[in-house]
Write a protein that binds this ligand. Structure first.
Ligand code: RIB
Length: 296
C-alpha cells in the first residue's frame, strides 16, 4: 500500500451550474446550486485514498459548519486526519461556475491561509515516513517552500502540482521530484519560456498536462505524449487533482513513469463523468478494470 501525505487546501465548493457564463456587468439566470467538498489538497487526498493508498492529509479547516463537513468527508473516504488543524474562523471556500463545458473558480482561502510552516513542523515524522508528498498552491507560499526543505532533508519524493499558478523559488523547483503544471502554470513557472525547452531541461521531472490532449514530458531521449482517454464530460472540476493523486499512487507503487501516467489519465478520465470535484473520482477497482479491458 503506497504511503502518501497530501499537504494543502480543503474547502467547500459552492457550485452554480448555468448554460452561460456571465460577462463583467452581466447577470444571468443559473440552473442549480450545490455545495460539495473540494479544495485541491482534500481532492487529491480523497482521490489517492480511493485508489488504495494510505493517505495522511495535513491542512487547516475553520471551526465553522463547513469545517466539520470537510473533516467528516475526508474521514469517510479513509483519509487519516490526525494532522488536520481546526483554526478559529471560516473554512476555505471555492465559488465555482460550471458553464459551457468548463469551470471558472474564485477561491477564498479562509483557514487554508493558516497552514503555516509551524503546522508542518508538527507533522515532520509522518512526512519522513511517506513514500511521496503531494502538494499544491492554495496555501501560503512559504509553507510550500518549507515542505520542499523537509522533503529534501528526509529524502522523500515531492510531487509539486503548481496550481493555482504562482512563481516559485528555485530551491523548491530543485527539491521537487515531479512537477505537474498545465500550460498556463508552466508559463508562469518558467517566465514564458518555450515549453519544449523547459521540458528538455527537466527530463522525467516536468510533466505538462494538456487537458484532452493528455500529458507531455521529455524522457531524456525523446518527447513522450501520453494521450488522455475520450469520455463524455459532465464536470471537469477535480480532474487535475485526480490525475496528480493517481500519478503519485502509481509512482509510489513502483509503476514506471509511462504506466503511472496512463493510470493517472485513466483515473482522471473517469473523474470528469460525474458532478463535483470528488463526485466522479474512481475507486481502484474501476481504474484497474478499464486498464485491463483496454490492456493499458
Ligand atoms: O482543483 C479543483 C478544486 O479547485 C476545486 O474543488 C476547488 O475547491 C478549487 O480549489
Amino acid at each position: 500500500m503506497a504511503k502518501i501525505t497530501v499537504i494543502g487546501s480543503s474547502s467547500m465548493d459552492l457550485v452554480v451550474t448555468s448554460s452561460k457564463r456571465p460577462k463583467a456587468g452581466e447577470t444571468v439566470l443559473g440552473e442549480s446550486f450545490k455545495t460539495v467538498p473540494g479544495g485541491k489538497g482534500a481532492n487529491q487526498a480523497v482521490a489517492a485514498a480511493r485508489l488504495g493508498a494510505e493517505v495522511h492529509m495535513i491542512g487547516c479547516i475553520g471551526d465553522d459548519h463547513y469545517g466539520k463537513e470537510i473533516l467528516a468527508n475526508l474521514q469517510s473516504n479513509g483519509v487519516n486526519t490526525s494532522y488536520m488543524k481546526v483554526v478559529k474562523g471560516e473554512s476555505g471556500t471555492a465559488h465555482i461556475v460550471l458553464a459551457e463545458e468548463d469551470n471558472s473558480i474564485i477561491v477564498v482561502q479562509g483557514a487554508n491561509a493558516r497552514l503555516t510552516p509551524s503546522v508542518i513542523e508538527k507533522a515532520e515524522e509522518v512526512i519522513s515516513q511517506s513514500q511521496m508528498v503531494l502538494i499544491q498552491q492554495e496555501i501560503p507560499k512559504e509553507t510550500v517552500g518549507f515542505v520542499g526543505s523537509v522533503c529534501k532533508k528526509h529524502s522523500v519524493p515531492l510531487m509539486l502540482n503548481p496550481a493555482p499558478a504562482r512563481k516559485v523559488k528555485d530551491e523548491l523547483m530543485e527539491a521537487a521530484s515531479y512537477i505537474t503544471p498545465n500550460e498556463h502554470e508552466a508559463s508562469i513557472l518558467f517566465d514564458g519560456a518555450e515549453i519544449e525547452e523547459s521540458l528538455r531541461n527537466l527530463p522525467n521531472k516536468l510533466f505538462l498536462t494538456e487537458g484532452k490532449k493528455g500529458v507531455r514530458y521529455f524522457d531524456g531521449n525523446k518527447m513522450v505524449v501520453v494521450p488522455a482517454y475520450p469520455v463524455d464530460i459532465v464536470d471537469t472540476t477535480g480532474a487535475g487533482d485526480t490525475f496528480n493523486a493517481a500519478f503519485a499512487v502509481g509512482v509510489s507503487e513502483g509503476m514506471d513513469l509511462l504506466n503511472s501516467l496512463r493510470f493517472a489519465n485513466r483515473a482522471a478520465s473517469i473523474s470528469v463523468t460525474a458532478f463535483g470535484a470528488q463526485g466522479g473520482m474512481p475507486t481502484r477497482r474501476e481504474v484497474d478494470t478499464l486498464m485491463k479491458r483496454y490492456s493499458l
